[in-house]
Design a protein around this ligand. Structure first.
Ligand SMILES: NC(=O)c1ccc[n+]([C@@H]2O[C@H](COP(=O)([O-])OP(=O)(O)OC[C@H]3O[C@@H](n4cnc5c(N)ncnc54)[C@H](O)[C@@H]3O)[C@@H](O)[C@H]2O)c1
Length: 295
């Protein structure tokens, strides 16, 4: 597999298909949550590299807009609904072609209510609904995609699954227990996929960024600055969605399981593994700093 390298650029409308610069066995890709943020950047990057991209997205307008921009195909889908994911895979394989790459990127996070990791209270949505939504979108959507695709990919000798988790899946997201727990589950599921199906030609990458300038951290698409929007707190290096998309493509090119757009995450992960108690104490201090309990 050879992927086109180089810096991310916005594609010229209507020029991608004629200029296939991605000499790969990836002809067709599906990107969930492709309407905004990291997913949108990935759709653009893949289309620029000559891949036919299916923008699978909950918001119809966002799906249509990105698909029109890149000459791709819009599919409105709730990835937390297994029947919808199954129907998505069937329709793409029937009408577009075999799915070579499926990026499970859609994700949600709501934050703890009242600073309590196990609160029964509602925050943006009632507590158990919040946990359920995180479970459905951050974990089960990956399972549903793999369930629909593995038999097809194995039968044709291979395929690529990219699951976007988070650094919260290796470390933790302070102030969001449901997000942290489900992103850990997403990393664990990706490991299981790679271990169980790697020898059947299934390649798997799990992407674990820290802060990325998207709506998820309060930064609108195409915001001119990627610096604010995180509650005014110091953030350890906010990346643009385009930078993350480039790192994901580089990770695919290298066949790398763990894609870490923020290299410092590797160091933090090693420190956590080396001394878990010390890492927890450090995170407690960091939490106090973030909440203003300690300066
Ligand atoms: N932004 C960050 O700081 C950050 C850091 C680490 C990991 N991530 C992960 O990156 C992924 C992309 O997030 P983002 O930052 O681009 O956020 P975003 O909110 O900009 O984009 C998420 C997209 O997913 C879509 N979506 C949500 N629920 C869906 C569903 N049920 N079905 C289909 N589509 C759905 C949304 O409509 C949106 O287009 C998520 O998995 C997120 O957890 C983000």
């Amino acid at each position: 597999m050879l992927l086109h390298g180089g810096p991310a650029q916005l594609p010229e409308p209507d020029c991608r298909r004629s200029e296939k610069r991605m000499t790969v066995d990836i002809n067709t890709a599906v990107v969930t949550g492709g309407g905004h943020g990291i997913g949108r950047a990935l759709c653009r990057r893949l289309a620029r590299d000559g891949v036919t991209v299916v923008v699978a997205e909950l918001e119809p307008d966002a799906a249509a807009s990105v698909a029109a921009d890149i000459g791709g195909i819009a599919q409105v889908v709730d990835v937390g609904d297994e029947a919808a994911v199954q129907a998505l895979v069937e329709s793409v394989e029937r009408d577009v072609g075999p799915i070579d790459l499926f990026v499970s990127n859609a994700g949600v996070g709501y934050g703890d209510a009242n600073g309590n990791a196990a609160s029964r209270e509602g925050g943006m949505i009632p507590c158990d609904d919040r946990w359920q939504a995180c479970w459905n979108v951050n974990v089960m959507a990956h399972v549903y995609a793999a369930r629909a695709l593995l038999p097809r990919m194995i039968a044709r000798g291979g395929g690529y699954l990219v699951n976007v988790a988070s650094a919260a899946g290796l470390l933790s997201q302070i102030g969001d227990a449901a997000y942290s727990a489900t992103k850990h589950a997403a990393v664990g599921f990706a490991e299981s996929l790679a271990i169980t199906h790697g020898e059947q030609g299934i390649r798997v990458s799990v992407v674990c960024p820290q802060a990325v300038a998207t709506r998820m951290i309060g930064i609108e698409d195409d915001a001119e600055s990627v610096d604010g929007g995180f509650g005014g707190n110091d953030v350890d290096g906010i990346l643009s969605p385009d930078q993350v998309a480039d790192d994901v493509v580089a990770g695919i090119h290298a066949g790398r399981f763990l894609v870490l757009p923020h290299p410092q995450v590797h160091t933090y992960f090693q420190r956590k593994a080396a001394d878990h108690d010390r890492w927890i104490a450090g995170m407690q201090r960091f939490r106090r700093k973030l909440t203003g309990e300690e300066r």
